[in-house]
Design a protein. Structure first.
Length: 61
């Protein structure tokens, strides 16, 4: 009886670990993307040009 539960438990554990890694990766991706967008937007706005402000308003990176 124990041998039939062990592979299933191992699969559940592996799935949970992989799911956690995927979730952390997605959060990291969105965090870095938001950081890069904010950095580019700040650079465009600091230029003070109408074109830079328009691009920043459109969200162009």
């Amino acid at each position: 009886m124990r041998s039939s539960r062990s592979p299933r438990r191992r699969l559940v554990l592996l799935g949970a670990i992989l799911g956690g890694v995927v979730v952390l990766g997605v959060l990291l991706w969105f965090g870095l993307s938001a950081y890069a967008t904010a950095k580019v937007r700040a650079k465009l706005e600091s230029a003070g040009t109408a074109r830079g402000l328009a691009l920043a308003a459109e969200g162009v990176t």
